[in-house]
Design a protein around this ligand. Sequence first.
Ligand SMILES: Nc1ncnc2c1ncn2[C@@H]1O[C@H](COP(=O)(O)OP(=O)(O)O)[C@@H](O)[C@H]1O
Ligand SMILES: [Mg+2]
Length: 458
Amino acid sequence: MLIRKPAMAAGPPMSLRLRVLVAIALVVALGAMSGGAFAGWLARQTLHDELTAAMTGGGQTVARALEALPGADAQGDLVRLTRTFDGNRHVIATLRSGDGAVVEVSRPPPATHPAPHWFAMLLDPGLTPARFAAPAGTSVVLAPAPQNDVADAWLQFGDALIVLGIVGAAAALLVYVTIGRALAPLRELTAAFGRVGSGDYAARVSETGPAELVRLTRSFNGMAADLEAMRHRTRVLEEQILKLEDEERAELARDLHDEIGPRLFAVSIDVAMLGQSLAGDDPREAGRLVQAIQASVTATQRQVRDILSRLRPAQLVELGLCAAIVELANFWRGRRPDIVFSVDLTVEDAGLPEVVQEAVYRIIQEALSNAVRHGQPSRIEISVRQDEAGGGVVAQVRDDGLGRAAPRNPPGFGLIGMRERIEAIGGALSAGPGSPRGWSVTASAPIAPLLASAEAAS
Ligand SMILES: Nc1ncnc2c1ncn2[C@@H]1O[C@H](COP(=O)(O)OP(=O)(O)O)[C@@H](O)[C@H]1O
Ligand SMILES: [Mg+2]
């Protein structure tokens, strides 16, 4: 058998648990990325709107204040105006002198958790400062100040990451435990397969767990039960073979003792008498004795042939199936002249693979001896023909006897043996009482696949 090994370079395959965990991690990461991108886009949009509104409001305040100028202390007013922006979250006001030097700057509220530069860059809405010309060459510049909102967003971003991490870890833990429990039957199954592999067909697994695994464990249990039953049948058959061998030996001994023995004894007496007749010069008596001896020897030869025909279906190879079946019928005709044997053979030996010939011969042999032993029939019909489709052969033995005779105790193995034989070559057997009476055994076997495999083998 060819067993393909996994490629060494690939390493051990990833466990199901790990696969699911990786998938979850990917989903969480993907979710975090797209959610983060969307939240960032929203935050940037909001920041843009807020800063624009603050800049506009601030601009109006500055414009109005500048209109009210100049007062007695224009410079002082401008400094005060700039200071009104102290604590403003969104706008920083700067008062510059004519040469560009900073005279006064408003103080924004302290930023508690400054965001990293890259984060600030991502959220920066990109607004430009607005410059308002004031008397004496000075100017008031309003600049957008996103830092405070960016710092808030950075805090929220951190919180969201922590929550996501906790949820992800909880999901992973849940999956880890759930899959571990769901796969527990697989561990049991693996152990059971190991036991079956080492010949312990009594191994069974509990049919619990997820539905898919229950189907699997159920199939496993069915398979193990089949294997167990098969092994039992094999044992029974082995016993049967041994028993049959003993029975055949006993039968052979009986035949030799009962049939051949008396004939040889008769021949030896005839020979002794022949000696006396020759000495007494009685040629007529001598002639009669020679004829008697001749007849005994011929009968003995026939009997030896009969015995051989039962012993060796190797005769099949010499005679072919049809001739061997005819011999078989003749054997029983000789022993049971009260029964009519009809033989109907419409197949060509040449078209039948050897395994089919052997199986058919053995089945007919057993069915015939069953009919004679159990059925008390007056007629037995043997037929071998092509099946209707022409792709197989059908052998049948029918008798008109009692039908179901009381089974022997212990029961014999003839029927089991017939079934095993025909199933071994892909065929099927049916046996049982016939209608309206008698008993009928039908064996059918395919030919084409066997011929093909025989050809391939040669
Ligand atoms: N032709 C038949 N007529 C009646 N009963 C039969 C016939 N063939 C088989 N049986 C029944 O089937 C039983 C099983 O047959 P088999 O397996 O060959 O065992 P065995 O012949 O050793 O009893 C027989 O004991 C008998 O009861
Ligand atoms: Mg039998």
